[in-house]
Design a protein around this ligand. Structure first.
Ligand SMILES: C=CC1=C(C)c2cc3[nH]c(cc4nc(cc5[nH]c(cc1n2)c(C)c5CCC(=O)O)C(CCC(=O)O)=C4C)c(C)c3C=C
Ligand code: FE2
Ligand code: FE2
Length: 344
């Protein structure tokens, strides 16, 4: 807070979700999402052809069906959990000091509307928190890009701070620990799988410092100055930190990457390959964490919780439990409040 007692604006931003499960709404969402050059990072005309002639027409009806498995009375879990998070963070922080809004990078509520509310309140500073624990150009980078695209049209641009990543925030780790422990008290698992959203390998290479990221076991074995912004390194680091917190034996822990799209190589190991390997090696009881996501969504509830589960059980597995996401867990709310404090 400055001497004029100008309020601090906070914008919590998650990825986005369709407005409904109708095929036209899912197509509209996919178009906006995949036309983002940070998501499909190929030349604009090729991207337009790919998205409008192939992905949107063919994927939209299939994705709409998937979204119907996820939808609730309150709509998309990604959206309502983010609303709940905003409400709980508001309760925790003084409204004399902070104005807290939420937005989606794609579709509604938009970043434009969220920033307009903060601007109308004449805030002295804006803190933007992309709700992605590990930094990727396709997620956090895209939020920064969009916020700057809007802010650069303003006559006055206040101080704007972006949270880059929060993989090692103690309360982020404690929240996952609390959720995981509930499962571990009830069941003896032989495997702990950490499945993160995937990324095309070229996106990691493009952001690599001095070509450090070779996308092998070595380059992500430590988290250091060279790979501080590498999504894959941050994902392995998250696994190590959570394993330590939960005292998981090394031989039972595996990191993998899901949700690949298209034929280009994505970061490995792929979750579906790892599931086959686990089954081949006689593993029977798996507890899965998805710590790239802070709210239940299509990629967790349906892809991990239903599709990968079916695959594992068909291959002879017995138990496949997915730890639900942080949603509006109190420790997670405290983590977001602390991110706001330390950036104020
Ligand atoms: C964790 C952060 C995310 C990154 C990084 C990310 C990159 C990325 N995603 C796609 C393609 C799709 N992702 C889809 C859904 C989806 N992705 C994230 C998060 C990240 N994506 C979330 C939280 C969700 C779920 C949204 C919801 O409504 O529940 C989808 C849509 C679903 C589908 O049709 O299967 C696509 C497509 C790419 C290409 C990419 C990086 C290059
Ligand atoms: Fe995605
Ligand atoms: Fe790496």
């Amino acid at each position: 807070m400055n001497k004029f007692k100008a309020k601090i604006g906070v914008l919590l931003v998650n990825l986005g979700t369709p407005d409904s499960t109708s095929t036209p709404d899912v197509r509209k969402y996919l178009r906006e999402f995949l036309m983002d050059g940070r998501v499909i990072d190929i030349p604009a005309f090729s991207r337009w052809l790919l998205v409008n002639l192939i992905i949107a027409p063919f994927r939209a009806p299939k994705s709409a069906k998937e979204y119907r498995k996820l939808w609730t009375d309150r709509g998309s879990p990604l959206l309502f959990h983010t609303e709940d998070l905003r409400d709980k963070v508001r309760e925790k922080l003084s409204s004399d000091t902070y104005i807290i809004e939420m937005a989606m990078r794609y579709q509604t509520p938009s970043i434009e509307d969220g920033l307009a509310k903060l601007k109308a309140a004449n805030v002295g500073k804006i803190i933007v928190i992309p709700l992605f624990p590990q930094y990727a150009s396709a997620s956090n980078g895209s939020v920064v890009d969009k916020v700057m695209e809007i802010a650069r049209t303003w006559q006055i641009i206040p101080h704007i701070t972006f949270v880059n990543n929060f993989v090692d925030h103690p309360l982020f780790l404690e929240a996952w620990e609390e959720l995981g422990e509930k499962y571990m008290e009830k069941e003896e698992y032989d495997t702990f799988l950490f499945s993160y959203h995937g990324l095309p390998e070229r996106q990691i290479k493009k952001g690599s410092c001095d070509n450090y990221c070779q996308l092998n076991d070595k380059c992500c074995a430590s988290y250091n100055k060279k790979n501080q912004f590498c999504y894959r390194a941050q994902s392995f680091y998250t696994t190590r930190l959570l394993s330590e917190k939960l005292s998981l034996p090394k031989e039972k822990v595996q990191t993998c990457f899901q949700s690949r799209l298209g034929n280009d190589p994505w970061i490995k190991p792929y979750t579906d390959d790892v599931i086959k390997e686990l089954a081949d090696n006689g593993r029977k009881k798996v507890l899965v964490f998805s710590p790239a996501f802070v709210a239940d969504c299509l990629e967790t509830t349906v892809e991990v919780g239903q599709e990968y589960k079916e695959q594992f059980i068909e291959l002879g597995g017995q138990t496949w439990d997915l730890v639900p996401s942080l949603n509006s867990n109190d420790k997670w709310v405290a983590c977001v409040a602390d991110l706001i404090h330390i950036n104020s």
